[in-house]
Structure formats: C-alpha cells, structure tokens
Design a protein around this ligand. Structure first.
Ligand SMILES: NC(=O)c1ccc[n+]([C@@H]2O[C@H](COP(=O)([O-])OP(=O)(O)OC[C@H]3O[C@@H](n4cnc5c(N)ncnc54)[C@H](O)[C@@H]3O)[C@@H](O)[C@H]2O)c1
Length: 323
C-alpha cells in the first residue's frame, strides 16, 4: 500500500488516480483543510493532520502494510507564507518531520517529496538545473528547502530513501474531467485567465509589464498535472526497485510569458480576455524555466502534454464541467 499525504488536493488526487490505474493500493491522508473529499475517488481515505503526530501513528497502525509515502500535504501560497511564516514552518516543516518520525517508527523507508522551484529563489542561470544553489526568497520556498534538508538528514542517519521532485508550475486537469484544479482562493495564472475570459471574474491582473523579457511579462514553465503525476509513479517505481535517492526538476523545459498564456487561453476559449497591468509583485523572478534533462535521462519520463494549448484545453474543459 502507498500512503499519499495531501491526496485530496490538486496534484495528489491526479497521482492517486494514476497509481490506482497501475494497480497500486493507496491510502489518502488529508485533513481536507484545502482539499476535497470529492477528489478522493480511488483508494482508502484517512482524515488526519500532519501537525498531530498521533493522527499519523493511527493511520500507520490502521494500514500496517504501507511500503512508501508520497508526501504532497503542505500549504502552498507564496503571499500567505510571507504574511504568516509561522503557519508555513509549522505545517510544512513540522508536518514533514512528524511524518518522517512515524515512517521511521514503522520501518517505512521510501519517500517521494513534493518540492518546488521556489527553493531556487532568483536563479543565476536559465534553464535551471538541479545543481544550482538553492536560495529561496520567501517562507514557502524556505519551508520546502528545510523539509528537503530534513529528508536528506534522515537518509544519512536512518537509511531513508527519497526522491525529491521540484515542480515548476503545475497546470491542466485530468483529460477525463473526473478531477481538476480547485484551489480556494485560486492564485494560478491559467485558471485565473480562464475565469476572466469566460466572464466568471471581471478581469485578470497582470503583475508587471516591464520585466526584461520579450513582451515585458514574466515567463514561467508549465507542466501538465498528469505528467507530474506520472513523474511520481516513475519515482515510486524507481525507489521500490532499489534506486538511489535523488532529486529532480519537473518542468516542460520551455517558458511562456503571461501574455502568451493569455493569448493561448483566448484561442482555446474563443473569446477575448479582459486584463489590466498592475505593479510587479515583490519577489517574482522574471524567468523560471526548468532544465528537465536529468529526469528524462534517469527516470525516462518524457512530458506527454508538450503543447501549451493542449494543457490549457484540459483545464478549460474541467472548469466548464465543474462550474
Ligand atoms: N501547484 C503547483 O503548481 C505546485 C508547484 C510546486 C510545488 N507544489 C507542491 O505540491 C504539493 C501539492 O500542491 P497542490 O497544488 O496539489 O496543493 P493543494 O492545496 O491542492 O493540496 C494540498 C493538500 O494537502 C492537504 N493538507 C495540507 N496541510 C495538511 C496537514 N497538515 N495535514 C493533512 N493534510 C494537509 C490539503 O487539505 C490539500 O488537500 C504541495 O506540497 C505544494 O507545495 C505545487
């Protein structure tokens, strides 16, 4: 059995679907604070909070045959992390430490961990490879880097084996529209642009028009959520077949500016998006693009959704269905 923390959330639920399709038995551990019971369509569900170590022990006691953990559960809003850093350290760092302690108590030694390109901060080099220094510039990124360091220490001292996946921007939805992106509040560009284009919101705010990029707006790397979910499956299989601990970026390896995303959404939806430029947000690097060479070479994981309009189409179809 595979334990998926945060499996009622966006990326965790897509990973849960893929794992079940591949015949794995799963148990979702989630407090439902930011996830949805409607997304737990496969496997077992255990309601618990990682900040309460007894909840984790109870789950491991109930499911004594857990072989590996895929750890998604965390808070993931950059702005909120700057406003309430204590909340982020408690949930993301203490939550990870509690989970690792219980895994050790129960002799479970395999973990796939959700990290982020936010751990790199403002990168000195594009595309970003795994070996560049990690200098996060907000408490969210710092909480993920601290969690990575704790995981690596557990590996050195207690024999844990891990794969750390540093995602770039997760996007899109399950092409069957059974699950999709559902964050409250929504802060991600593609859903916000879709909402503005279909008239669900009055308009889109574009933060900054004077970045040193081709059209003055920020450039990001968007990876389809099913490709991300597949990266977790590959990482899990690699660990379970005695692969060495490692860390990988997960991105498409290609960047799109905010204006290019707006144009692609307009094309997919067939309507014009109403947008305004507002001031830059503090701490937004101009360009974030992953080098995905390492994961392709080592885990043989090639992104299947490598067209931005296709990625947006799956998101659009999900949002239309769930409106
Ligand atoms: N969405 C992205 O683009 C992106 C990019 C990089 C990294 N990540 C990381 O991927 C992971 C999943 O992101 P997501 O977008 O699916 O987020 P999400 O908010 O949709 O899912 C997170 C889930 O974790 C649960 N959770 C949070 N704290 C918990 C706790 N203490 N105990 C039990 N459950 C708890 C929430 O209820 C939710 O279901 C996070 O760790 C995030 O930092 C996401």
């Amino acid at each position: 059995m595979i334990l998926i923390t945060g499996g009622a959330g966006y990326i965790g639920s897509h990973t849960n679907k893929i794992l079940n399709q591949q015949g794995y038995k799963t148990v979702i551990f989630d407090n439902l604070e930011r996830g949805h019971l409607e997304f737990v369509k496969w496997g077992k569900f255990f309601k618990g909070d990682l900040r309460n170590i007894e909840d984790i022990r109870d789950c491991f006691k109930k499911y004594p045959n857990i072989k590996a953990v895929i750890h998604f559960a965390a808070y993931a809003y950059v702005g909120e992390s700057v406003q309430y850093p204590d909340m982020y350290y408690e949930n993301n760092v203490l939550g990870t430490l509690n989970l690792l302690r219980v895994m050790q108590e129960f002799g479970v030694n395999n973990m796939v961990f959700s990290s982020s390109c936010a751990t790199y901060g403002i990168p000195r080099k594009i595309p970003i490879s795994e070996d560049i220094p990690q200098n996060p510039i907000n408490s969210y990124g710092k909480s993920k880097l601290l969690s990575e360091q704790i995981i690596k220490d557990f590996a050195k001292s207690y024999g844990l084996k891990y794969i750390i996946l540093r995602y770039f921007n997760a996007a899109g939805a399950d092409p069957d529209c059974e699950i999709g992106e559902w964050h409250e509040p929504e802060t991600h560009l593609i859903p916000l642009t879709i909402f503005a284009t279909i008239g669900k919101t009055p308009g889109l705010k574009i933060y900054g028009s004077d970045y040193p990029t081709k059209d003055g707006t920020c450039i990001r790397d968007y990876i389809h959520v099913m490709d991300l979910a597949n990266a977790h499956l590959k990482s899990l299989e690699y660990l379970l077949s005695n692969g060495e601990s490692d860390e990988f970026n997960v991105g498409l390896g290609r960047g799109y500016s905010v204006k290019e995303i707006v144009a692609a959404v307009e094309k997919v939806v067939g309507k014009v998006c109403n947008y305004d430029y507002v001031d830059r947000r503090a701490g937004d690097p101009p360009i974030l693009i992953a080098s995905n060479e390492k994961i392709i070479n080592k885990l043989k994981r090639f992104p299947k959704f490598d067209d931005i309009e296709l990625i947006i189409k799956t998101a659009y179809e999900w949002h239309i269905k769930s409106l």
